[in-house]
Write a protein that binds this ligand. Structure first.
Ligand code: DX5
Ligand code: ZN
Length: 216
């Protein structure tokens, strides 16, 4: 299955509930929730209380992408707020295995994210424990950046690794994904597509539909 995960980082926060209903009705399967701490990434966004509020606006899966140092400190808060998937960065965890186990103990699906420069070997041993791997296609911190081309090859290698071992793991891509390049990441093996500016700039409903046509 392929899924579209609009990143609400690019939404108009004064109309957040309304815009979430729009993406939901247009058929986007996930809501991608970008959490930034101003330390792991050079920007600050929003936290668990905001997730708790938007939980009331949609029954779609909320996918929390924690771009924070030592995310294990916040996992319980996000699970309680209603996150379905909690994704942590391998680079931000002193004890990645423990963090992933803890996410599952809290009843959420566990995702692990890798920055563009981080090798796939960083997650080799924990792959059997994760539900999703997030390959960052930009350096995290801001919406509206351009996809870094070599990350497409990284997606292809990861897909090979997953298939060779017979694992059942989603591959998410995040950063600079648009209607023109989504097919190339799809062909490389990704099946969960985050898009912020390409969904929320312009006509949201038409943008979602255009993405869904390309990924289905
Ligand atoms: C990047 C965030 C992304 C970002 C995507 O730090 O993790 O989710 O908001 O936005 P676009 O699609 O505009 O690159
Ligand atoms: Zn993200």
């Amino acid at each position: 299955m392929n899924y579209l995960a609009p990143s609400i980082l690019s939404a108009d926060f004064s109309k957040l509930g309304e815009q979430i209903e729009t993406i939901d009705k247009a058929g986007a399967q996930y809501v991608h929730f970008d959490v930034m701490d101003g330390s792991f990434v050079p920007n600050i966004s929003f936290g668990a209380p905001v997730l708790k509020s938007i939980r009331k606006c949609t029954e779609r899966k909320i996918d929390a992408h924690l771009m924070v140092e030592e995310p294990i400190r916040f996992v319980e808060d996000f699970a309680k707020a209603g996150a379905d998937i909690i994704t942590v960065h391998a680079e931000a965890c002193k004890h990645l295995d423990r963090t992933l186990e803890f996410i599952k103990e809290q009843g959420a699906l566990a995702g692990v994210a890798l920055n563009p420069a981080t090798p796939l070997s960083a997650i080799e041993w924990v792959l059997p424990k994760v539900d999703m791997v997030l390959i960052m296609t930009v350096n995290p911190g801001f919406g509206g950046q351009k996809l870094i081309p070599y990350t497409i090859e990284k997606v292809r290698k990861l897909k090979q690794m997953i298939d060779e071992n017979g694992y059942n793991i989603d591959i998410q891509v995040d950063g600079g994904i648009n209607k023109d390049n989504v097919t190339s990441v799809l062909d490389a093996g990704a099946n969960v597509f985050v898009a912020g500016s390409a969904v929320f700039n312009g006509n949201i409903e038409e943008n979602v539909k255009a993405f869904l046509e390309r990924i289905n």
